[in-house]
Each structure stands twice: as structure tokens, then as C-alpha cells.
Design a protein around this ligand. Structure first.
Ligand code: C2E
Ligand code: MG
Ligand code: MG
Length: 648
């Protein structure tokens, strides 16, 4: 690359030099042409002067009676012809352009015309006519001489010589100018190439080294570490909650936040370390001069503490957190690309865990990636062949002690990997573009099960289905749900759609519209895992949800921290004051139940009542619900209900 640029520069310089030489030759040719033209004029004048002198000589001889009248007349006619040439000849054009010469030749012509008669009538000897002719012509001798002199070697010739000298001087100036512009061009090109090289290697927003720079620095660091037998760490840092800031406050706010993070990271670095922005909200650090993995852990901890502070962005206080993955050379790998991949895998592990800020790479993470790929391949087949199953967990109304709804929960028994957790299953589907197919499958199966229960004349409870972000943001959720409800003869009121705070933040502008579309069908909307996501109260206010499902972590933490009881109480009060139904998840013990009752909680879900179970178990429990309870909530008698279902 450098050599190409050098060759290009040399070409530019040579082109300049060649153009200078050509320009010089052109100037020289012009000067030569000018000189030749001037000499031609001089020759015309000199032949006029010669003939003038010869005529004067012939005149003197005639006066001394040495020559006859014929040579005298001959000379006179030749002199005439020279005057004609000077005044009309083509080669004398330049001569005539000189006003002094023109005046001289014109005067000679007038004189000759006056003298013509006298010359032809002249008698030999020094007659008065001879005297008059001589006196009339004598004044022309000196001007003629001067004109010849100035044209041949005189003023004009000198002028041309000056012109030639000027051409030489001009050429010098021209060359100097070319040299200067060539040099300026070279300097400019060098500066430009330095600038574009810097731009190619740095991120324009944060001015940190970019991925390209990072990769080449990583290779160099690795080679040095190899020679010195030292160790170093690669940190990959991803921001949690950055997307939400970008979505809610706009890209300008996101940019401010990224610059702030870049500053924070740069402050923490030593001279030989490198901080880079790999793209988006992903940064990386090469940490050298460490003795053990502990040093890397300390740096990661420091980074996560300094990033995890509130930052003021355009008057809004924003909070992001860092998920950091670390891989160590040479213990994890000796390959630079793999070092980065390993740190990336570790970062994903840290991100997935709710309580780890940073995570070291472990060899089994590689197999975790392979596992996800294998699951993704098998999931496609499992969906189309109904190899997945749904279990259902009842939601209990604490006033009536009866099941008012069930939540459909996914299960997958994989041939190789055994039981796959629904969280992993959903994240694989999201990652490999299968979320719409999976969500539609769950909706279809859950609604079909509702229909079967109703056909079995069981009390009509509501069915809650979880919807994942991919379906929410990209799928035709409202259309799919409407179609599936119709196909199974159910009403919108029979269905509860559960979305998490994070899901509704995915497409924050479209969110109210999607949820309103579902509401228009009579479908009830629940905000799941409330209190664990990133949404704000203003976001909550915008969403048309009727139900808050308080995450089980709040119940399970009860009694561990002093404000826990107050906390869950406040959330329940908040939801109720917003007119929402509250469901508390994770009620496992009789104590949990007592606490929920004391907080005036209306509905609970948890192992204390029933674990997620197959449809038969739910049917059995529903069937056990006493007719009074059914009557108490205004449900129809089994027979009556059967009639309703078969009508649809
Ligand atoms: P979720 O929607 O909050 O579901 C409740 C989870 O809490 C279920 O876990 C349930 O088994 C568990 N649970 C209920 N009561 C208790 C309790 O007393 N103690 C404890 N420790 N856990 C309890 P599960 O079935 O493992 O599902 C986990 C998550 O996976 C769900 O959380 C939901 O976010 C997701 N998920 C499950 N099925 C689906 C699905 O069909 N579609 C989508 N998109 N996500 C699903
Ligand atoms: Mg749920
Ligand atoms: Mg939940």
C-alpha cells in the first residue's frame, strides 16, 4: 500500500518535471520565431540602406563624370524597388509595424518621387541639380543606419534577447513554482494519508481505536508476550441498558453516553494498555503487564463500578451497567482471534447472569455455543413435529380460593440434552429467527387445550400465554392471535397475553399500538416479571396493561433485607392504585401466602398451590372446584357451558 502511494507520488512529480521541460521548449521556440522575424526585417532594411548608399555613390561618380547616366538611373530604380519592398512586401510586415521605420521609408519614398524627374534629367558634373539631389537624400543616411542597427543588432534585437533572457528567467521561476507546488502536493498527500490512516484506525465518535486497530494491536501484543513469556488479558465490555437509552432519549443521547463510557474506560488505562470501541455499545481492552488473572478481575471490577453510575444526559439521569468477558493469554488460547471470541463468549455469560458483572472464559463455553446451535437446528423440527409440550400453572384468586386462570409454560425433552429450560429454548428461538414460529405454536396449542377443557365441560378459566420479544417486535401479533382465537372458537376475553418490561421496551413507539390492538379484541394484557426489567414508571403509564405479575424474586427475598416487605407492599399498592390486577409469582410456602394476604394481594401463583402440570392434572383440579365456587364467580354449569362451546 505504501509502495503504491510512493509510486503515485513519484508519477506526480515526474509529470510536473515533464510539463516544465515541454513549457520551456515552447517558450524557446516562440523566442526563436520572434528573433527570426526580426532578422528578416533587418535584412529588408539593410538592402534598402545598401541601395541608398550605392545610389549616392553612383551620383557622386556621375558628378565627377566617372560613370554614365545609365548606371545612375539603374541604381535609382533599384532603390525605388527596395522602397516598394519595404512598404508592401509580405516579409516586411513586421518592419512596417514599427512607426519610426514606417515614417522613414515613407519620407524616402516622397523624396524619391520628388527627385525622379531630376535624376533622369541630370547632366554630368557638379551641377546645381546634383547639389539638390544630394542635399535632399543626405538626411536619410543616419536614420537608415540606426534603423538597420536597431533591427539587426540594435534596440529590437536587444529587446528579443531580453525576451529570451526573460524566458530563461521565467523558466527558472516556473520550475521553482513547480517544485514548490510539487512539494506542497507531496506534503499535502502525506498529511492526507496520515489523516485517512488515523480515520481508518479510529472510531469517529469516541476517537478510540476501532476493531481494525484493536486486531492488529492484539497480534503485536501477542507476539511480544510470546517473546517475553508474559501474560495479558482481553476484556470485552458490553453495555446493559444502552439500547433503552437510545430508544427512549434518541441517538444523540446514546452518543453522549458512549463518549462518556469511552472517557471512563480511557481514564483507567495504563500507557501500554489499549481501549477500543469494537462497534455499537461494545468496547474492548488489552490489559498488559499483569501477573495473574486476579489483576484482570480487579480491572473489570473497577470498570464495572465506574460505568455503573448515573450520568446526566441532556438533563435526564441515565444508568447503564457493564457486562464484561475476560480471556487470558496464553491460558485460554494462543490465537488472537480466538482470544477475542472467548472474551465475547464470557461477556455473554456475564450478561445472561443477573448478578455477575464480569466473567472469565471457561472451555465449556465453547460447548455451550455448540449446544445452542444444535438446539436451534433441532427446534425447527421439534416445532413442526409437535415435539414440544406445554404445562400449565394455575393462578389462584385469594378471595375465592379458586383457579381463575392458568399460565402455559413450555417444556422440551431433548433426545441428547434432556430437559431444556423454557428460558434457554426461547432465547435459542430468538437468536436463530424462530421466535414467530415458536410463539404461534404455543398460542395454537394453549388455545386448543382451552377448547378441549371447555368441551369437557370444565369451568371456563382464562389462559395466559407468554410472548417473546421477537414475536412482539416483528411478528403480526394481533393478526396471529385473532386468527388462532377464531380457529378454536374462543373470545378475546379468554386469553391473557404476558409480556415482560424488556419486551415492551424493544419497540417502544409501536408498543402501545400493538397492545391496543390486542385490547380491542378483548384480550387481557399482563406485564410479567414486573420489577426486574428496565422500564420506567412513565413507560408503565403508557402501556394499556390490566395486570401486573410481580416477579418471584421479590417473594423469595422477603425477610432477607429490611425494606423487602415494604417494597413488595408498595408495588402492590402502586399497581392497585393504577387500577391493575396484581398477581404475585413464586408463592412457595404458607408463610409466603400469609404475607401476600396481609398485603391485600388478590392473586397468587406458585408451587404452594400447584407446580406447572399437564392438562389432565389441571382438568382434575378444575373439576374439583366446588359448584358453589363456580357459582360464586358467575360461571355457567358444566352442561350449560358445554352448550356454549359447541355453539361456537
Ligand atoms: P414466567 O412467565 O415468569 O413463568 C413463571 C416461572 O416461574 C415458571 O418457570 C414457573 O415454573 C416458575 N414458578 C412458578 N411458581 C414458582 C415457585 O413457587 N417457585 C419457583 N422457584 N418458581 C416458580 P419456567 O416454567 O421455568 O419458565 C421460566 C420462564 O420461561 C417464564 O417465566 C417465561 O418467561 C419463559 N417461558 C416459559 N414458557 C414460555 C413460552 O411458552 N413462551 C415464552 N415466550 N416464554 C416462556
Ligand atoms: Mg409469564
Ligand atoms: Mg414471571
Amino acid at each position: 500500500m505504501r509502495r503504491t502511494r510512493f509510486v503515485l507520488l513519484m508519477l506526480v512529480v515526474l509529470t510536473f518535471a515533464a510539463s516544465a521541460v515541454v513549457a520551456f521548449h515552447r517558450h524557446k521556440q516562440t523566442a526563436d520565431i520572434l528573433a527570426v522575424s526580426d532578422k528578416t526585417s533587418a535584412w529588408t532594411l539593410i538592402s534598402l540602406e545598401t541601395e541608398y548608399l550605392k545610389f549616392i555613390q553612383a551620383l557622386q561618380r556621375y558628378a565627377l563624370e566617372e560613370g554614365g547616366s545609365d548606371p545612375l538611373r539603374q541604381r535609382f530604380e533599384i532603390l525605388w524597388s527596395r522602397i516598394d519592398v519595404a512598404l508592401e512586401g509580405k516579409e516586411s510586415t513586421m518592419l512596417r509595424q514599427n512607426p519610426d521605420v514606417r515614417r522613414l521609408v515613407d519620407a524616402m519614398r516622397v523624396a524619391l518621387a520628388e527627385l525622379e524627374g531630376m535624376v533622369f534629367a541630370l547632366e554630368p558634373g557638379k551641377t546645381p541639380a546634383y547639389e539638390r539631389i544630394r542635399d535632399r537624400l543626405e538626411p536619410f543616411a543616419l536614420p537608415l543606419r540606426q534603423a538597420v542597427g536597431s533591427h539587426f543588432r540594435g534596440r529590437e534585437a536587444y529587446a528579443n534577447r531580453d525576451a529570451a533572457d526573460e524566458v530563461h528567467q521565467e523558466f527558472g521561476v516556473y520550475l521553482f513554482g513547480l517544485f514548490l507546488s510539487g512539494m506542497a502536493m507531496i506534503v499535502f498527500l502525506l498529511l492526507e494519508s496520515r489523516k485517512s490512516r488515523r480515520q481508518a484506525l479510529h472510531d469517529s465518535l469516541t476517537d478510540l481505536p476501532n476493531r481494525l486497530h484493536f486486531s492488529s494491536h492484539l497480534k503485536a501484543t501477542l507476539q511480544q508476550a510470546e517473546c517475553e513469556s508474559s501474560i495479558f488479558a482481553v476484556h470485552v465490555i458490553d453495555l446493559d441498558g444502552f439500547k433503552e437509552v437510545n430508544d427512549t432519549l434518541g441517538h444523540a443521547a446514546g452518543d453522549v453516553l458512549l463518549k462518556h463510557v469511552a472517557d471512563v474506560l480511557s481514564q483507567d488505562m495504563r500507557a501500554n494498555d489499549l481501549v477500543a470501541r469494537l462497534g455499537g455499545d461494545e468496547f474492548a481492552i488489552i490489559q498488559t503487564g499483569i501477573q495473574s488473572a486476579d489483576c484482570a478481575a480487579k480491572l473489570a471490577q473497577r470498570i464495572s463500578e465506574s460505568i455503573g453510575h448515573e450520568v446526566d444526559v441532556f438533563g435526564n439521569s441515565c444508568m447503564v451497567a457493564a457486562s464484561i468477558g475476560i480471556s487470558i493469554y496464553p491460558q485460554d488460547t494462543e490465537n488472537p482471534t480466538q482470544l477475542l471470541i472467548n472474551a465475547d463468549m464470557a461477556m455473554y455469560r456475564a450478561k445472561a447472569s443477573r448478578n455477575l458483572n464480569f466473567c472469565f472464559f471457561e472451555p465449556q463455553m465453547n460447548s455451550a455455543i455448540l449446544r445452542r446451535k444444535a438446539l436451534a437446528d433441532d427446534l425447527r423440527y421439534a416445532i413442526s413435529n409437535d415435539e414440544l409440550t406445554l404445562v400449565y400453572q394455575p393462578v389462584i384468586d385469594l378471595n375465592s380460593n379458586r383457579i381463575v386462570s392458568v399460565e402455559a409454560l413450555l417444556r422440551w425433552q431433548h433426545d441428547l440434552y434432556g430437559e431444556i429450560s423454557p428460558l434457554e429454548l426461547v432465547s435459542v428461538a430468538e437468536m436463530y429467527g424462530q421466535s414467530i414460529a415458536l410463539n404461534e405454536w404455543v398460542l395454537e396449542q394453549a388455545c386448543a387445550q382451552m377448547k378441549r377443557w371447555r368441551q369437557s365441560c370444565l369451568p371456563p378459566i382464562q389462559m395466559a400465554v407468554n410472548i417473546s420479544p421477537g414475536m412482539y417486535a416483528r411478528g403480526q401479533l394481533v393478526e396471529s392471535v385473532t386468527r388462532i382465537l377464531q380457529r378454536n372458537g374462543l373470545r378475546g376475553e379468554d386469553l391473557i397475553i404476558e409480556v415482560t418490561e424488556d419486551t415492551t421496551m424493544r419497540d417502544i413507539d409501536a408498543s402501545p399500538e400493538i397492545l391496543q390492538g390486542l385490547r380491542a379484541q378483548g384480550i387481557e394484557l399482563a406485564l410479567d416479571d414486573f420489577g426486574t426489567g428496565y422500564s420506567s414508571l412513565s413507560h408503565l403509564k403508557q402501556l394499556p396493561v390490566q395486570r401486573l405479575k410481580i416477579d418471584k424474586s421479590f417473594v423469595q427475598d422477603l425477610g432477607q433485607a429490611p425494606h423487602d416487605t415494604q417494597f413488595i407492599h408498595t408495588i402492590i399498592q402502586l399497581g392497585q392504585s393504577l387500577g391493575m390486577k396484581i398477581v404475585v409469582e413464586g408463592v412457595e410456602t404458607v408463610e409466603n401466602l400469609g404475607q401476600m394476604r396481609s398485603h391485600s394481594c388478590e392473586m397468587v401463583q406458585g408451587y404452594y398451590f400447584c407446580r406447572p402440570s399437564g392438562p389432565e392434572e389441571i382438568a382434575r383440579r378444575l373439576a374439583q372446584q366446588s359448584p358453589e365456587e363456580r357459582g360464586a364467580v358467575g360461571l355457567c354449569e358444566p352442561e350449560e357451558h358445554c352448550a356454549l362451546v359447541s355453539e361456537r
